[in-house]
Design a protein around this ligand. Structure first.
Ligand code: GLA
Length: 412
């Protein structure tokens, strides 16, 4: 009897704890999310035909097969709230409604994302979710939405932890697993508190299609280039992991940088286990862009099961050396040349015996382990990390480009 009472007491405590600490949706976001978003290419000029044709292209180009899943509608899909407060899409631009779009996208085995804001209005002045969180989450779930990006404009006097927790709870309550992509831009250090609330969080301002410079708007806010995103993200690797990723923002590949810059941009996002959300018009991609965004060997680095964000090991002769531990003792290694001139380097693996002290505690050991070297951009094997030779190879890395390898241990 006494045991029974104890059991009931513990069960009640457990239930109470579940109520008090609603949990985010688990098991989505175990790998960095992959998909496409309207914002970088179309900004607010969107409609349902674009979404449908992008979903078609996602499948026809092979992007879907390469792993890209989410079709995300960013800002400006909104119409008004109805008399009961439920948000409706713009009746002209999304006349068939979001449910019909979700059905269309699901029919192609893809997922649909939508966008809102924790404040009174979105960054483009559309209705925000403040005061309507449960209603909005319910509406998204009823429509069959799979992903919510929640922005941070117009949030004066709002507590960010509370605001995002509220939406997370609302999504949970609405009953449909929805990925929560938090877009707070890093001002309140979400990496320190958001891992139990959402699945990814933006770490900085908006990216723009530029490799290495900042654009300042007349209103005072800034957009950042690829290198600025990397610099912000590299100290944050201890906060990333399965189900909770640092988000250095959506990709600009195919939007106007050089092929070298695009390749470096994509590679570094993969090295940092970042979300891979395409931002170009995938209905009309050059072969070079296709080769970059559909490089499956590179995507596999991003999506590796270990889920560890890569580390910036150090710099030599103006080059940056990055390592990312992978499952089964493998490593990805990237040499990034962020400078404006090509650099030639004598690569000696013995200089890269390292331990990832901060996250995985895994080590490379080129003295006791020989690795097979796979070039991730030429898709060729380049031999082994030879133990005896000091210089394994002399490599030239073009300006704003990378050389990237997968190292596969052949002796242990
Ligand atoms: C903010 C976000 C962007 C985009 C726009 C939409 O700037 O950071 O990614 O969603 O709002 O207005």
């Amino acid at each position: 009897m006494r045991q029974m009472k104890n059991f009931i007491f513990i069960a009640l405590c457990w239930l109470a704890a579940q109520q008090a600490f609603a949990q985010k949706w688990e098991k989505i976001g175990d790998k960095p999310q992959m998909g496409w978003s309207t914002w970088n290419k179309f900004a607010g000029n969107i409609n349902e035909d674009i979404i449908r044709s992008i979903a078609d292209a996602m499948v026809e180009t092979g992007l879907a097969e390469a792993g890209y899943t989410y079709i995300n509608i960013d800002d400006c899909w909104h119409g008004k709230r109805d008399k009961d407060g439920f948000i409706q899409p713009d009746p002209k631009r999304f006349s068939s409604g979001i449910k019909a779009l979700a059905d269309y996208v699901h029919g192609k085995n893809l997922k649909l994302g939508i966008y809102s804001d924790a404040g009174t209005g979105t960054c483009a002045g559309m209705p925000g979710s403040l005061g309507h969180e449960y209603q909005d989450a319910l509406q998204y779930a009823r429509w069959g939405v799979d992903y919510l990006k929640e922005d941070w404009c117009n949030t004066t006097n709002i507590n960010p932890i509370g605001a995002y927790q509220l939406m997370s709870d609302a999504l949970r309550e609405a009953g449909r697993p929805i990925f929560l992509s938090m877009c707070e831009w890093g001002g309140n250090e979400p990496w320190k508190w958001a891992s139990e609330i959402g699945h990814s969080w933006r770490i900085g301002p908006d990216i723009w299609c530029n490799f290495d410079s900042i654009r300042v708007h007349s209103e005072g806010y800034t957009d950042v280039g690829v290198m600025q995103c990397i610099r912000r993200n590299e100290p944050l690797r201890i906060y990333a992991g399965k189900g909770h990723w640092n988000d250095p923002d959506m990709l600009e590949v195919g939007n106007g940088m050089t092929v070298n810059e695009d390749r470096a941009h994509f590679t570094m996002w993969c090295m940092m286990a970042s979300p891979l959300i395409l931002g170009n018009d995938i209905r009309q991609m050059s072969q070079e862009t296709k080769d970059i965004v559909m490089n499956r060997e590179m995507i596999a680095i991003d999506q590796d099961e270990l889920g560890v964000q890569g580390l910036h090991y150090g710099d030599r002769q103006g080059l940056e050396f990055w390592f990312k531990p992978l499952k089964d003792g493998e490593w990805a290694m990237t040499i990034l040349n962020a400078t404006k001139a090509p650099i030639t380097y004598d690569l000696n693996w013995q200089q890269f015996n390292l331990t990832d002290e901060e996250v995985s505690h895994l080590s490379t050991n080129f003295s006791s382990t020989t690795y097979k070297v796979r070039n991730l951009w030429t898709h060729k094997d380049e031999g082994k990390t030879n133990l005896k030779d000091k210089t394994w190879k002399s490599v030239t890395i073009p300006s704003r480009d990378v050389i990237s390898y997968r190292l596969i241990p052949i002796t242990k």
